[in-house]
Design a protein around this ligand. Structure first.
Ligand SMILES: Nc1ncnc2c1ncn2[C@@H]1O[C@H](COP(=O)(O)OP(=O)(O)OP(=O)(O)O)[C@@H](O)[C@H]1O
Length: 593
């Protein structure tokens, strides 16, 4: 199976940067009215900013030159008023933009989460969970600045540059051209730099993802790490991942920094050309001192937004790879979905029929795990699946819940092809319990009612009593309101299983799939678990990957799975009498129990 590991960089499809950017901006355009208001406020502030040097020019060349104190005071009053308007407008657009940006991030994150939930097991099988976390959390966060700066910096800076250039051209086209002569060099330089910068930021995002995955994996498996005293090795691996992360960051930042240097150089040369051409070629006497002063201020006003634009461009190059990674997941098709025209599966009795089913995992289509399997299980039957490890027992039960689609043949529940009924209606009638009993952080009550949130107190207690969970729950500090954590170290393995049984019992599935845990638990809990299982099996069709002797013997039929087939099927007595593969397995494994 090709699995992307914590040590391996993810493979991404190349998507044009402009396409990614436009797709990102579509989220912003959903807030057109707010953006229009922000743009209006920005225009007001821009107008005031652009008018300031003209007011200075007016003050010096007219009022100061003519010693007009009254005129100067009137101009100062107008200046103060404009300053206040500028301040209020700035506060308003900043708030509105922060609001829009946060709403967009929430939308993207929700879409990601919703989409990832629909993805098949194949998606989760093929990458570490930490890499998924990196996309939902880190990558989404890094879009924040791009989104907000696109409106608050890009728009005013572009308008400022255009406005200043126009004013400069109108006032003295020769001075303006002299000052802006270096601009084409800047644009060409930035284009060249961004090619390598984008690649380096893509690498950095992948290293960030590896580090996330490593940390997630290490702490999820901390018990194994500690029990093998493997902390030093893990530490070394961590340092390697962290160093790769750091180095990739330094490489990317270094090249990103050249954007700034390029702007400073072109700005400096532009300034020199302004003074050189202004004084030496045009002649200082042709230009008034006020005009020269205004021009110098405009030069700063022109290059300062250019510097902002270059750092914004740098930000886009830095973060576009995060957007690419987000859209990469959003574009991953949900392989297992309700097909168009699917109808809801009506409440079933529980007949399960495999018709010539073959199956290969999506990553290894040439290696079939099951070949041409056919059987029918009647409602209420208990089927024990046994066989050597890797034979395909888990695969068979995964196909019943449609966690994967069959490669060939079909699976019917009460005569309905599982691919032609809605996924929700199918899975709502199934109870799947794996060996790894997963409990959510929350109260015991929330965990039991997970599949049936509207269950009454009485229903919940009946379910817990039926599987022998009630007594130990009542002994817990707060009974059903005791908070347990995902790992719930305060619960034994057997108790965790009993809680999971109660959860399944309450949801009352017509078809139960149970991967029996082999873990050893104390004799008393073992007895409770056994009778819990017996209670769950009543009145429903059950498939159990069986390890317990009591389950195997009590099953209606046993399927011995091996060589991609169900080699033998029948009751315990029938298969023992046959003296075949099941008999040998039983002799070798179970006689010693
Ligand atoms: N997600 C997967 N992708 C690719 N191959 C897989 C996947 N899961 C299992 N396999 C392969 O399919 C085969 C059957 O696996 P399966 O888990 O069904 O066996 P099993 O009989 O349940 O084994 P065990 O008793 O050890 O749990 C094995 O060869 C296994 O390597």
């Amino acid at each position: 199976m090709s699995v992307n590991s914590v040590r391996e960089d993810e493979v991404m499809h190349d998507v044009p940067k402009t396409a990614t950017l436009l797709r990102l901006y579509r989220y912003l355009f959903a807030y057109k009215k707010m953006l229009a208001a922000v743009a209006l406020l920005l225009l007001v502030t821009l107008f005031i900013t652009l008018a300031t040097p003209l007011m200075i020019e007016l003050a010096i060349d007219t009022y100061v030159a003519n010693s007009d104190a009254a005129g100067l005071c009137r101009l100062a009053a107008v200046g103060l008023l404009l300053f206040l308007v500028h301040m209020v407008c700035t506060r308003c657009w900043m708030r509105m933009m922060a609001d829009v940006t946060n709403k967009v991030l929430l939308t993207i994150r929700s879409q990601l989460y919703e989409h990832i939930q629909t993805l098949s097991f194949h998606f989760f099988d093929s990458r570490p969970t930490g890499k998924i976390l990196a996309r939902v959390i880190g990558d989404v966060n890094s879009l924040k600045d791009v989104l907000s700066d696109s409106v608050t910096k890009l728009l005013p800076d572009l308008l400022t540059v255009a406005g200043v250039a126009c004013i400069m051209l109108v006032k003295s086209w020769r001075l303006a051209l002299a000052a802006l002569l270096t601009l084409p060099f800047l644009v060409a330089g930035m284009f060249l730099i961004q090619i390598s910068a984008h690649k380096l930021w893509q690498i950095h995002r992948k290293k960030n993802s590896n580090l996330n995955a490593f940390i997630h994996e290490s702490f999820s498996g901390i018990r194994i790490v500690q029990s093998f005293a493997a902390e030093p090795e893990r530490q070394q691996d961590f340092e390697r991942c962290a160093m790769e992360y750091r180095d990739s960051f330094i490489d990317a930042v270094r090249i990103g920094d050249t954007f700034g240097a390029l702007v400073e150089i072109t700005w400096g040369v532009g300034g020199f050309l302004l003074y050189f051409i202004g004084i030496r070629i045009i002649g200082a006497d042709e230009i008034g001192i006020g005009t020269f002063l205004a021009f110098s201020t405009y030069l700063g006003m022109f290059w300062s937004p250019i510097r902002n634009l270059s750092s914004f461009y740098n930000k886009i190059v830095t973060n576009i790879s995060a957007a690419e990674r987000i859209f990469d997941i959003l574009d991953t098709p949900a392989e297992i979905t309700s097909l168009p025209g699917s109808t809801a599966l009506p409440p079933v009795k529980g007949e399960v029929r495999f018709e010539h089913v073959s199956f290969a995992y999506p990553d290894e289509p040439d290696k079939p795990v099951l070949e041409n399997i056919s059987f029918t299980v009647q409602p209420g039957e208990t089927i024990a699946l046994v066989g050597p490890t890797g034979a395909g027992k888990t695969t068979i039960v995964s196909l019943i819940s449609r966690f994967y689609d069959v490669t060939d043949g079909r699976i019917c529940i009460d005569g309905f092809d599982t691919r032609h009924v809605t996924l929700e209606s199918l899975r709502r009638q199934m109870g799947v319990m794996t060996q790894d009993t997963f409990l959510f952080t929350g109260t015991v009550r929330e965990n039991i009612c997970y599949g049936k949130s509207d269950a009454t107190e009485e229903e919940m207690i009946i379910a817990a009593k039926a599987v022998n969970a009630h007594d130990f729950i009542m002994k817990m500090e707060h009974g059903y309101d005791t908070v347990i954590s995902e790992r719930s170290s305060q619960l034994s393995i057997g108790q965790r299983q009993l809680l999971a049984f109660a959860r399944t019992m309450l949801s009352d599935p017509r078809i139960l799939i149970l991967d029996e845990a082999t873990s050893s638990i104390d004799t008393h809990t073992e007895l409770l678990v056994q009778s819990g299982i017996a209670a769950m099996l009543q009145n429903r069709t059950s498939f159990i990957i069986a390890h317990r002797l009591s389950t195997i013997r009590g099953a209606s039929r046993i399927f011995y799975v091996d060589g991609k087939q169900i080699l033998e099927s029948g009751s315990h007595e029938e298969l023992m009498a046959k003296k075949g593969a099941y008999y040998r397995l039983y002799q070798s494994q179970f006689e010693c129990i």
